[in-house]
Design a protein around this ligand. Structure first.
Ligand code: UDP
Length: 366
């Protein structure tokens, strides 16, 4: 008899939901985490009474009522609606692409006339869009693409828009109404007490070992539990035998400022090519903060190397083929389950992660 039913590698959102649900069903779980804190990349820490999103902005949004009810058990969410601004060479535009943006670009306030402009511009794309550039032009036309998409995307991904998959830009809504809500989901908000408090509550009564690197003592940890749920990078698990998968990493330059309001909005994207960072986050605005000081983070996108944290899988054809080879190996292992953004090598949102963890628990227990 092994000591635990499940060893969960990674105390991020997937690991925490999985452990919580299994623990509730009476299964013995141990969570191990290589960082010195829980929460993975949704971790928030308090700085001058402000919840700082240490690994980048996380805005919870979902259209699934069950997921919204689920997450609200662990903490209350405020009514924050994400409405980022784009700064292109000092000019401000609203995002996502909507009538405010189109008015700012073309001075046209009639949705039907805007549609005619876009229709004309998109006619340069023949057939199905083959990459992000074609997809973007076919959604909003070349003018919007050049000012608000090209520079930002090439900085964020470190690749030409013609070399990136089209699906990335389909994450953003395009609207012919004056509506700056970045998401079209029914439910949206930020936890009042921060994401760390949510994860902490999920992991209540479950043993968690921080500063613990699974891969360096895999055999030992495997001997502790009947099954392993691994939420780290799949290529690292197999010691990169098929070569490393590519990821984008992010570096934050965080500053405390002696003013109460730096940019008047939680998120401002810098969409030109020359500004070295992709966006500036002013954390207090996620919680409508009224503190005397403010904390801002400039976000720099970087290519991942083994010494950095992987954030975004780069799901182009080349990487997806390499991933497939790792997946075949993963499927051969009976004792291990691969999950989460890194385990599945997929650009998941938080609500998808919760849904996948809940489904997996059902699959394993019913
Ligand atoms: N994007 C853009 N301009 C912007 C914001 C986003 O071109 O001002 C594109 C870019 O390609 C980005 C994608 O839309 O990778 C998805 O953006 P999202 O905000 O969903 O990215 P995340 O918040 O996950 O970094």
């Amino acid at each position: 008899m092994k000591k635990y039913d499940y060893l969960i590698v990674g105390a991020g959102l997937y690991g925490a939901v999985f452990a919580h649900e299994m623990n509730k069903k009476g299964y013995k779980c141990l969570v191990i985490e290589k960082r010195n804190h829980i929460g993975g990349n949704i971790y928030t820490e308090v700085v001058h009474d402000i919840h700082v999103h240490k690994y980048g902005a996380h805005i919870f949004h979902t259209s699934d009522e069950a997921i919204w009810t689920y997450i609200n058990q662990f903490g209350s969410f405020n009514h924050f609606i994400n409405s980022p601004l784009a700064n292109y060479k000092g000019e401000l535009y609203n995002l996502p692409f909507n009538m405010n943006t189109f008015y700012q670009i073309w001075g046209e306030s009639d949705p039907n006339k805007v549609k005619v402009i876009i229709e004309k511009q998109r006619s340069e794309i023949k057939g199905e869009p083959k990459n992000l550039e074609e997809q973007a032009i076919s959604l909003v036309g070349r003018d919007v693409y050049e000012k608000l998409i090209k520079g930002y995307t090439e900085k964020q991904w470190g690749r030409k828009c013609t070399e990136l998959p089209a699906f990335i830009i389909k994450r953003l809504p395009v609207r012919f109404t004056f509506d700056n809500n970045y998401f079209s989901d029914r439910y949206q908000g930020i936890p009042e007490e921060g994401y760390t408090a949510i994860i902490d509550k999920m992991l209540e009564n479950i043993p968690v070992q921080l500063d613990t690197d699974y891969l360096s003592r895999k055999d030992y940890f495997d001997s502790l539990a009947n099954q392993v749920v691994y939420t780290g990078s799949i290529d690292a698990y197999f010691d990169y035998v098929h070569g490393p998968l590519e990821y984008r990493s992010v570096r934050f330059e965080t500053e405390v400022l002696e003013c109460d309001n730096y940019q008047g909005n939680a998120v401002v994207n810098y969409t030109d090519k020359t500004t070295p960072y992709t966006r500036i986050i002013e954390h207090k605005h996620f919680n409508f903060g009224t503190q005397k000081k403010t904390v801002i983070s400039r976000e720099y996108s970087e290519e991942w190397t083994t010494k950095k944290e992987p954030y975004y899988p780069i799901n182009n054809d080349k990487n997806n083929q390499v991933y497939k080879r790792y997946l075949d190996k993963a499927n051969e292992l009976e004792h291990a389950i691969f999950a989460g953004r890194l385990g599945d090598y997929k650009y998941y949102n938080m609500d998808q992660i919760i849904s996948l963890a809940l489904q997996k628990v059902i699959e394993l227990t019913e």
